[in-house]
Design a protein around this ligand. Structure first.
Ligand code: ADP
Ligand code: GLC
Length: 479
């Protein structure tokens, strides 16, 4: 079976968040299940620089204003189709926003082009690759199912995956005419969303199947509180909506062979994790010989991630003898709050504002616990890496965090099943209460070690999710 995966970012070529990790790892996992997968991505400068001799498979005379090419190449085991269109993707920088954080003004055209080429490939544009499934990720690929539906009579089946309902790709209705979709599609039973053109709405309306990245998030987005205006549509399509938890690439995230750690470790050699803690403390100028746990954060610093709750409890954390190492970038006010906390608690709180893969690995390796207090979290990947690194996740009980971490309550502890700590609701009081539980567990090295072992036994690989996607694809193709 042939699958075209369509995404606006893909690890290791271009990444702003977990979408890239998934778009980069799922095709490899599906290939291991016997699927032929190609990934369609935009040819941003950062992508064009990294692809070697690509083959030109197709020339499109006019893709939203100028000529474009579809290139094929292989990078890191990924079979890539790249839309080379400098008039759309040539400007460099972040794929979505300018240096001031404003959306690129032509985003509608840039990602309509991605959807249009995906749709055309679904219709047989490339003679050597006629996909059975076109799998669209997030709003940037959301028009692909609409273009395929517009073409009418077709055997290709479509899947729309929601990685984050907060980003919907909403644009002024005046752009509709330029999309080249039938006029009747500018309707509630189509791409229209409260008077605007909604790219994600289009995918959710037209795709044969909808997935999101955890079962709990699938349930949450059908509620008024979690649906971000799309709950009605999602309820109407509940029979084709499923939640499949993400995995992580267990070769990229492997404490036994991680080039960013000073010494490898695994469940049998967990004492060697101490070398990473020493290195992490050094990297963040934290005191070396304190007795408390070291908490880590690797996150976008935004409201979604609930990082402001941490900022509020820093004085108590510091008083308890714990330490904190924060890596992140995002909202200016949060960057400032953490930078000030680091200045107020030198040796106890360390902060690095920025994006740094190597440091992300060192935080996973060197921390004792990872804080993920999200207000909502479709899946979350950092808690999965933490489990694998024996770094106990402390998470809010929402979305994929609820599905992937087993709270250290009495029953789970007794059954040796607990892998971390959950708190609910997402308030500073609930967080405080749970941090007290974490500190109590830390006081008992046997309990902590058992938690680490259970965490490291968690299956965070892509194997099971890939089988779930495989079953979904087979079901769609068999009708
Ligand atoms: P989201 O996609 O909502 O940001 P996820 O947990 O799904 O959240 O994925 C985040 C990914 O980005 C993880 O691979 C994480 O390690 C990485 N990441 C986030 N912030 C940083 C950062 N500042 N530096 C390096 N990696 C980061
Ligand atoms: C989004 C979500 C995150 C998820 C990631 C990959 O960025 O915010 O929870 O893990 O997509 O699916």
């Amino acid at each position: 079976m042939k699958v075209l995966s369509v995404a606006s970012e893909i690890y290791p070529l271009v990444k702003t968040g977990g979408l890239a990790d998934v778009a980069g790892a799922l095709p490899l996992a599906l290939a291991r299940e016997g699927f032929t997968v190609r990934s369609l991505i935009p040819g941003y400068p950062s992508v064009m620089e990294k692809i070697g001799n690509a083959q030109t498979l197709h020339r499109e005379a006019d893709l939203f204003g100028a000529e474009a090419r579809v290139l094929r190449t292989e990078v890191a085991g990924l079979d890539l189709l790249v839309v080379d269109a400098p008039h759309l993707y040539g400007q460099g920088g972040n794929p979505y926003v300018d240096a001031a954080g404003r959306d690129w003004p032509d985003n509608w055209r840039r990602f309509a082009a991605l959807g249009r080429i995906a749709g055309a490939i679904g219709q047989g544009l490339l003679p050597d690759f006629r996909p059975d499934i076109v799998h669209a990720h997030d709003w940037q690929a959301g028009l692909a199912p609409a273009y395929i539906r517009a073409a009418g009579n077709t055997r290709v089946r479509t899947v729309q995956t929601i990685h984050n309902l907060a980003f919907q790709g909403l644009f002024h209705p005046a752009i509709f005419g330029a999309l080249g979709l039938p006029g009747a599609m500018m309707a509630m039973e189509g791409v229209e969303f409260y008077g605007q053109v909604g790219f994600l709405k289009a995918g959710l309306h037209f795709a044969d199947a909808i997935t999101t990245v955890s079962p709990t998030y699938a349930a949450e987005i059908m509620t008024h509180e979690g649906g971000m205006g799309l709950d009605g549509l999602l309820q109407a399509r509940a029979s084709v909506l499923t939640g499949i938890c993400n995995g992580i690439d267990t070769q990229v995230w492997d404490p036994g062979a991680d080039p960013h750690l000073p010494a490898p470790y695994d469940a049998a050699r967990i004492a060697a994790k101490a070398a990473s803690k020493t290195a992490l403390r050094a990297a963040f100028a934290l005191e070396q010989n304190t007795a408390g746990p070291l908490f880590g954060i690797v996150s976008r610093l935004t409201g979604q991630k609930g990082i402001d709750l941490i900022a509020e409890v820093i004085p108590e954390l510091a008083a308890s003898g714990a330490q904190l190492a924060v890596l992140g970038t995002g909202d200016r006010n949060l960057e400032v709050a953490f930078t000030q906390a680091a200045a107020a608690f030198p040796g106890t709180v360390g902060v690095r504002i920025g994006y740094d893969e190597a440091l992300a690995h060192l935080i996973q390796g060197g921390s004792d616990a990872l804080l993920v207090p999200s207000r909502f979290e479709p899946c979350g990947l950092t808690q999965l890496a933490a489990l694998r690194y024996g770094t106990l996740p402390v998470v809010s009980r929402v979305g994929g965090l609820a599905d992937t971490v087993i709270d250290a309550n009495e029953a789970a502890l007794a059954a040796d099943a607990a892998t971390g700590f959950q708190f609910a609701p997402v308030t500073t009081d609930a967080l405080r209460h749970t941090l007290e539980r974490v500190l109590r567990a830390w006081q008992d090295p046997d309990v902590w070690l058992r938690l680490q072992h259970s965490a490291m036994r968690s299956d965070v690989s892509w194997e099971r999710p890939a089988r779930q996607y495989a079953a979904l694809y087979h079901g769609l193709v068999q009708g």
